[in-house]
Design a protein around this ligand. Structure first.
Ligand code: A3D
Length: 312
Protein backbone atom coordinates (compact mmCIF):
# COMPACT_ATOMS: atom_id res chain seq x y z
CA UNK A 1 0.00 0.00 0.00
CA UNK A 2 1.42 3.38 -0.91
CA UNK A 3 0.88 6.15 1.58
CA UNK A 4 -0.72 9.31 0.21
CA UNK A 5 1.28 12.52 0.05
CA UNK A 6 0.73 14.87 2.94
CA UNK A 7 0.41 18.52 1.99
CA UNK A 8 0.67 21.13 4.74
CA UNK A 9 -0.81 24.58 4.18
CA UNK A 10 0.57 27.19 6.56
CA UNK A 11 -2.06 29.92 6.51
CA UNK A 12 -5.66 28.99 5.78
CA UNK A 13 -7.01 32.33 4.59
CA UNK A 14 -8.17 33.19 1.07
CA UNK A 15 -5.32 31.54 -0.83
CA UNK A 16 -4.91 28.73 1.72
CA UNK A 17 -8.59 27.79 1.39
CA UNK A 18 -8.39 27.70 -2.40
CA UNK A 19 -5.20 25.64 -2.22
CA UNK A 20 -6.96 23.06 -0.07
CA UNK A 21 -9.82 22.83 -2.56
CA UNK A 22 -7.60 22.49 -5.63
CA UNK A 23 -5.21 20.00 -3.97
CA UNK A 24 -8.21 17.88 -2.99
CA UNK A 25 -9.87 18.10 -6.41
CA UNK A 26 -6.65 16.99 -8.04
CA UNK A 27 -6.33 14.23 -5.41
CA UNK A 28 -2.72 15.24 -4.81
CA UNK A 29 -2.73 14.04 -1.20
CA UNK A 30 -4.15 14.55 2.27
CA UNK A 31 -4.28 18.19 3.28
CA UNK A 32 -3.55 19.77 6.67
CA UNK A 33 -4.52 23.43 6.98
CA UNK A 34 -2.64 25.16 9.78
CA UNK A 35 -3.27 28.66 11.07
CA UNK A 36 -2.67 30.62 14.27
CA UNK A 37 -4.64 29.52 17.39
CA UNK A 38 -7.03 32.49 16.99
CA UNK A 39 -7.95 31.20 13.52
CA UNK A 40 -8.08 27.51 14.40
CA UNK A 41 -11.89 27.47 14.32
CA UNK A 42 -11.85 29.02 10.86
CA UNK A 43 -9.52 26.37 9.38
CA UNK A 44 -11.35 23.54 11.15
CA UNK A 45 -14.57 24.87 9.63
CA UNK A 46 -13.03 25.03 6.15
CA UNK A 47 -11.78 21.45 6.57
CA UNK A 48 -15.23 20.17 7.59
CA UNK A 49 -16.82 22.00 4.67
CA UNK A 50 -14.27 20.59 2.21
CA UNK A 51 -14.74 17.06 3.60
CA UNK A 52 -18.49 17.43 3.08
CA UNK A 53 -17.83 18.50 -0.52
CA UNK A 54 -16.22 15.08 -1.27
CA UNK A 55 -19.31 13.28 -2.57
CA UNK A 56 -19.93 16.15 -5.02
CA UNK A 57 -16.31 17.11 -5.71
CA UNK A 58 -15.15 13.69 -6.87
CA UNK A 59 -12.24 13.44 -4.45
CA UNK A 60 -11.45 11.11 -1.63
CA UNK A 61 -8.64 12.62 0.44
CA UNK A 62 -8.57 13.75 4.07
CA UNK A 63 -8.60 17.44 4.95
CA UNK A 64 -8.03 18.66 8.50
CA UNK A 65 -7.63 22.02 10.23
CA UNK A 66 -5.24 22.69 13.10
CA UNK A 67 -2.99 25.17 14.89
CA UNK A 68 -0.62 22.47 16.11
CA UNK A 69 2.57 22.07 14.09
CA UNK A 70 2.88 18.43 15.16
CA UNK A 71 0.09 17.75 12.68
CA UNK A 72 2.27 18.69 9.71
CA UNK A 73 4.87 16.02 10.52
CA UNK A 74 5.51 13.76 7.54
CA UNK A 75 4.48 16.42 5.00
CA UNK A 76 6.43 16.21 1.74
CA UNK A 77 5.10 19.58 0.61
CA UNK A 78 4.56 22.79 2.59
CA UNK A 79 2.73 25.74 1.03
CA UNK A 80 3.08 28.97 2.97
CA UNK A 81 0.59 31.81 2.63
CA UNK A 82 0.77 32.91 6.28
CA UNK A 83 0.78 36.68 6.52
CA UNK A 84 -1.16 39.80 5.84
CA UNK A 85 -2.30 40.83 2.33
CA UNK A 86 -2.25 44.38 0.92
CA UNK A 87 -4.98 46.95 1.35
CA UNK A 88 -5.71 49.67 -1.24
CA UNK A 89 -2.91 52.24 -1.26
CA UNK A 90 -0.30 49.80 0.06
CA UNK A 91 2.61 48.41 -1.91
CA UNK A 92 3.73 44.82 -1.39
CA UNK A 93 6.88 46.22 0.23
CA UNK A 94 4.78 47.90 2.94
CA UNK A 95 4.11 44.40 4.30
CA UNK A 96 7.78 43.68 4.99
CA UNK A 97 7.96 44.27 8.75
CA UNK A 98 4.75 42.56 9.77
CA UNK A 99 5.17 39.53 7.51
CA UNK A 100 8.84 39.16 8.42
CA UNK A 101 7.91 38.44 12.04
CA UNK A 102 5.44 35.81 10.87
CA UNK A 103 8.05 34.27 8.57
CA UNK A 104 10.58 33.93 11.38
CA UNK A 105 8.07 32.01 13.47
CA UNK A 106 6.89 29.82 10.56
CA UNK A 107 10.43 29.03 9.32
CA UNK A 108 11.58 27.71 12.69
CA UNK A 109 8.53 25.50 13.03
CA UNK A 110 8.62 24.13 9.49
CA UNK A 111 12.29 23.29 9.97
CA UNK A 112 11.44 21.47 13.19
CA UNK A 113 8.41 19.54 11.96
CA UNK A 114 8.84 19.06 8.21
CA UNK A 115 12.56 19.47 7.47
CA UNK A 116 12.49 17.34 4.30
CA UNK A 117 9.54 19.05 2.64
CA UNK A 118 9.65 21.15 -0.53
CA UNK A 119 8.43 24.58 0.53
CA UNK A 120 6.64 27.06 -1.73
CA UNK A 121 5.98 30.56 -0.35
CA UNK A 122 3.43 33.11 -1.49
CA UNK A 123 3.62 35.66 1.34
CA UNK A 124 4.48 39.19 0.20
CA UNK A 125 6.81 40.96 -0.38
CA UNK A 126 7.54 37.67 -2.08
CA UNK A 127 11.21 37.70 -3.02
CA UNK A 128 12.28 39.10 0.36
CA UNK A 129 10.04 36.66 2.26
CA UNK A 130 11.52 33.66 0.45
CA UNK A 131 15.00 34.93 1.23
CA UNK A 132 14.06 35.38 4.90
CA UNK A 133 12.49 31.91 5.09
CA UNK A 134 15.60 30.37 3.49
CA UNK A 135 17.89 32.11 5.98
CA UNK A 136 15.72 31.52 9.05
CA UNK A 137 15.04 27.85 8.26
CA UNK A 138 18.47 26.87 6.96
CA UNK A 139 16.80 24.45 4.51
CA UNK A 140 18.75 23.60 1.33
CA UNK A 141 18.16 25.97 -1.58
CA UNK A 142 16.51 23.28 -3.77
CA UNK A 143 13.78 22.92 -1.13
CA UNK A 144 12.78 26.60 -1.06
CA UNK A 145 10.89 28.45 -3.80
CA UNK A 146 8.63 31.45 -4.15
CA UNK A 147 5.50 31.64 -6.27
CA UNK A 148 5.23 34.83 -8.27
CA UNK A 149 6.62 34.26 -11.76
CA UNK A 150 4.06 31.54 -12.27
CA UNK A 151 1.22 34.00 -11.55
CA UNK A 152 2.80 36.96 -13.35
CA UNK A 153 3.48 34.81 -16.45
CA UNK A 154 -0.08 33.50 -16.27
CA UNK A 155 -1.38 37.07 -16.25
CA UNK A 156 0.94 37.96 -19.15
CA UNK A 157 -0.32 34.96 -21.18
CA UNK A 158 -3.91 35.71 -20.34
CA UNK A 159 -3.66 39.37 -21.41
CA UNK A 160 -1.89 38.35 -24.66
CA UNK A 161 -4.76 35.95 -25.37
CA UNK A 162 -7.30 38.72 -24.72
CA UNK A 163 -5.46 41.22 -26.95
CA UNK A 164 -4.86 38.81 -29.85
CA UNK A 165 -8.24 37.09 -29.65
CA UNK A 166 -6.50 33.70 -29.58
CA UNK A 167 -6.85 30.84 -27.09
CA UNK A 168 -4.76 31.20 -23.97
CA UNK A 169 -3.86 27.52 -24.42
CA UNK A 170 -1.59 28.48 -27.30
CA UNK A 171 0.09 31.46 -25.67
CA UNK A 172 3.49 31.09 -24.10
CA UNK A 173 5.48 33.75 -22.35
CA UNK A 174 7.64 34.29 -19.31
CA UNK A 175 7.87 37.07 -16.73
CA UNK A 176 11.16 37.27 -14.85
CA UNK A 177 12.48 39.29 -11.94
CA UNK A 178 10.93 40.41 -8.68
CA UNK A 179 7.23 40.35 -7.87
CA UNK A 180 6.66 44.08 -8.05
CA UNK A 181 6.12 46.91 -10.50
CA UNK A 182 9.60 46.37 -11.98
CA UNK A 183 8.94 42.75 -13.02
CA UNK A 184 10.18 41.93 -16.52
CA UNK A 185 7.77 40.39 -19.05
CA UNK A 186 10.01 39.06 -21.84
CA UNK A 187 8.00 40.14 -24.90
CA UNK A 188 10.71 39.03 -27.36
CA UNK A 189 10.20 35.31 -26.69
CA UNK A 190 6.41 35.42 -26.17
CA UNK A 191 4.47 33.59 -28.86
CA UNK A 192 1.01 32.45 -29.89
CA UNK A 193 1.02 28.97 -31.35
CA UNK A 194 4.66 29.44 -32.26
CA UNK A 195 4.02 32.80 -33.97
CA UNK A 196 6.11 35.59 -32.40
CA UNK A 197 4.01 38.14 -30.51
CA UNK A 198 5.60 40.97 -32.53
CA UNK A 199 3.94 39.56 -35.68
CA UNK A 200 0.50 39.85 -34.09
CA UNK A 201 0.54 43.04 -32.03
CA UNK A 202 1.99 46.50 -32.56
CA UNK A 203 4.44 48.14 -30.14
CA UNK A 204 1.73 50.12 -28.38
CA UNK A 205 -0.46 47.05 -27.84
CA UNK A 206 2.48 45.04 -26.49
CA UNK A 207 3.24 47.91 -24.14
CA UNK A 208 -0.37 47.81 -22.88
CA UNK A 209 -0.10 44.06 -22.22
CA UNK A 210 3.13 44.60 -20.28
CA UNK A 211 1.65 47.40 -18.15
CA UNK A 212 -1.52 45.40 -17.49
CA UNK A 213 0.62 42.45 -16.34
CA UNK A 214 2.62 44.66 -13.99
CA UNK A 215 -0.48 46.32 -12.52
CA UNK A 216 -2.94 43.41 -12.37
CA UNK A 217 -2.33 42.69 -8.69
CA UNK A 218 -2.89 46.31 -7.68
CA UNK A 219 -5.99 46.57 -9.87
CA UNK A 220 -7.52 43.64 -7.95
CA UNK A 221 -6.49 45.03 -4.53
CA UNK A 222 -8.17 48.36 -5.37
CA UNK A 223 -11.37 46.75 -6.59
CA UNK A 224 -11.65 44.24 -3.74
CA UNK A 225 -11.02 46.88 -1.12
CA UNK A 226 -10.04 44.28 1.44
CA UNK A 227 -7.56 41.63 0.44
CA UNK A 228 -5.79 40.58 -2.74
CA UNK A 229 -6.11 38.07 -5.57
CA UNK A 230 -6.54 34.47 -4.54
CA UNK A 231 -8.02 32.27 -7.31
CA UNK A 232 -5.12 32.64 -9.75
CA UNK A 233 -2.40 32.80 -7.06
CA UNK A 234 -3.64 29.48 -5.62
CA UNK A 235 -3.72 27.84 -9.05
CA UNK A 236 -0.25 29.17 -9.79
CA UNK A 237 1.08 27.65 -6.56
CA UNK A 238 -0.63 24.39 -7.40
CA UNK A 239 1.13 24.19 -10.80
CA UNK A 240 4.44 24.25 -8.93
CA UNK A 241 3.17 21.83 -6.27
CA UNK A 242 1.95 19.34 -8.85
CA UNK A 243 5.23 19.56 -10.78
CA UNK A 244 7.00 18.57 -7.57
CA UNK A 245 4.62 15.83 -6.42
CA UNK A 246 4.37 14.20 -9.85
CA UNK A 247 8.05 14.80 -10.73
CA UNK A 248 6.94 16.54 -13.92
CA UNK A 249 10.13 18.56 -14.58
CA UNK A 250 7.92 21.45 -15.61
CA UNK A 251 9.58 24.75 -16.46
CA UNK A 252 7.89 27.35 -14.28
CA UNK A 253 9.26 30.80 -13.49
CA UNK A 254 9.81 30.78 -9.72
CA UNK A 255 11.71 32.78 -7.15
CA UNK A 256 14.85 30.65 -6.70
CA UNK A 257 18.21 31.34 -5.11
CA UNK A 258 20.45 32.72 -7.85
CA UNK A 259 24.14 32.08 -7.45
CA UNK A 260 25.55 33.79 -10.50
CA UNK A 261 22.67 33.02 -12.86
CA UNK A 262 21.73 36.08 -14.90
CA UNK A 263 24.48 37.94 -13.03
CA UNK A 264 22.52 37.80 -9.74
CA UNK A 265 24.29 36.38 -6.71
CA UNK A 266 22.84 35.53 -3.31
CA UNK A 267 19.23 36.63 -3.88
CA UNK A 268 15.94 34.96 -4.73
CA UNK A 269 14.59 36.25 -8.01
CA UNK A 270 12.04 35.06 -10.54
CA UNK A 271 13.82 32.89 -13.12
CA UNK A 272 12.75 29.90 -15.26
CA UNK A 273 13.14 26.77 -13.09
CA UNK A 274 12.81 23.05 -13.69
CA UNK A 275 10.61 21.69 -10.91
CA UNK A 276 10.49 17.98 -10.13
CA UNK A 277 10.71 15.69 -7.12
CA UNK A 278 14.09 17.28 -6.34
CA UNK A 279 12.34 20.64 -5.83
CA UNK A 280 14.08 23.40 -7.76
CA UNK A 281 16.21 21.06 -9.83
CA UNK A 282 17.71 23.56 -12.26
CA UNK A 283 17.59 27.19 -13.27
CA UNK A 284 17.44 27.57 -17.03
CA UNK A 285 19.53 30.40 -18.45
CA UNK A 286 19.28 32.07 -21.83
CA UNK A 287 20.89 35.09 -23.45
CA UNK A 288 19.11 38.36 -22.65
CA UNK A 289 19.33 41.50 -24.75
CA UNK A 290 21.11 44.49 -23.19
CA UNK A 291 17.75 46.12 -22.48
CA UNK A 292 16.31 42.98 -20.84
CA UNK A 293 19.44 42.50 -18.75
CA UNK A 294 19.28 46.12 -17.61
CA UNK A 295 15.61 45.72 -16.61
CA UNK A 296 16.36 42.47 -14.78
CA UNK A 297 19.13 44.12 -12.81
CA UNK A 298 16.83 47.00 -11.92
CA UNK A 299 14.32 44.57 -10.44
CA UNK A 300 17.14 42.65 -8.71
CA UNK A 301 18.30 45.94 -7.14
CA UNK A 302 14.78 46.56 -5.81
CA UNK A 303 14.80 43.09 -4.19
CA UNK A 304 18.32 43.66 -2.82
CA UNK A 305 17.26 46.93 -1.21
CA UNK A 306 14.40 45.21 0.59
CA UNK A 307 16.52 42.26 1.67
CA UNK A 308 19.07 44.65 3.16
CA UNK A 309 16.37 45.78 5.61
CA UNK A 310 16.09 42.23 6.94
CA UNK A 311 18.15 41.36 9.96
CA UNK A 312 18.82 37.63 9.99
P1 A3D B 1 -5.40 36.04 4.14
O1 A3D B 1 -6.71 35.65 3.59
O2 A3D B 1 -5.32 37.15 5.12
O3 A3D B 1 -4.75 34.73 4.79
C1 A3D B 1 -3.54 34.74 5.50
C2 A3D B 1 -3.66 33.76 6.63
O4 A3D B 1 -2.40 33.67 7.31
C3 A3D B 1 -4.70 34.17 7.69
O5 A3D B 1 -5.67 33.15 7.85
C4 A3D B 1 -3.86 34.38 8.95
O6 A3D B 1 -4.54 34.04 10.14
C5 A3D B 1 -2.69 33.44 8.67
N1 A3D B 1 -1.52 33.68 9.52
C6 A3D B 1 -1.05 34.87 10.00
N2 A3D B 1 0.02 34.64 10.77
C7 A3D B 1 0.26 33.31 10.77
C8 A3D B 1 1.23 32.48 11.38
N3 A3D B 1 2.19 32.98 12.16
N4 A3D B 1 1.15 31.15 11.20
C9 A3D B 1 0.16 30.61 10.41
N5 A3D B 1 -0.76 31.35 9.79
C10 A3D B 1 -0.73 32.69 9.97
O7 A3D B 1 -4.37 36.40 2.95
P2 A3D B 1 -4.28 35.72 1.50
O8 A3D B 1 -4.42 34.26 1.63
O9 A3D B 1 -5.14 36.49 0.58
O10 A3D B 1 -2.77 36.13 1.12
C11 A3D B 1 -1.68 35.54 1.81
C12 A3D B 1 -0.36 36.20 1.41
O11 A3D B 1 -0.12 35.98 0.03
C13 A3D B 1 -0.34 37.73 1.61
O12 A3D B 1 0.92 38.10 2.15
C14 A3D B 1 -0.50 38.26 0.20
O13 A3D B 1 0.06 39.54 0.05
C15 A3D B 1 0.25 37.23 -0.58
N6 A3D B 1 -0.05 37.17 -2.01
C16 A3D B 1 0.99 36.94 -2.84
C17 A3D B 1 0.79 36.82 -4.19
C18 A3D B 1 1.96 36.53 -5.09
O14 A3D B 1 1.79 36.43 -6.28
C19 A3D B 1 3.29 36.39 -4.53
C20 A3D B 1 -0.48 36.96 -4.73
C21 A3D B 1 -1.55 37.20 -3.85
C22 A3D B 1 -1.31 37.30 -2.48
Amino acid sequence: MTARNKIALIGGGQIGGMLALIAAQKQLGDVVILDIPQAEGMVKAKAIDLMALRPHGGYDVDITGTSDYRDIEGASLVLITAGVPRKPGMTRDDLLKINLKIMKDVAGKVKEHAPDAFVILTTNPLDAMVYAFYKYSGLPKQQVAGMAGSLDSGRFRSFIAMKTGCSVEDVSGVVMGGHGPSMVPITRTASVGGVPLSALLGEEEIHEVVEHTRNAGTEIVNLLGNGSAFYSPASSVMDMAEAFLLDKKRVIPSAALCEGEYGVDGYFLGVPCVIGRGGIERILEFELTDEEREELHKTADAVKQLVEEIEI
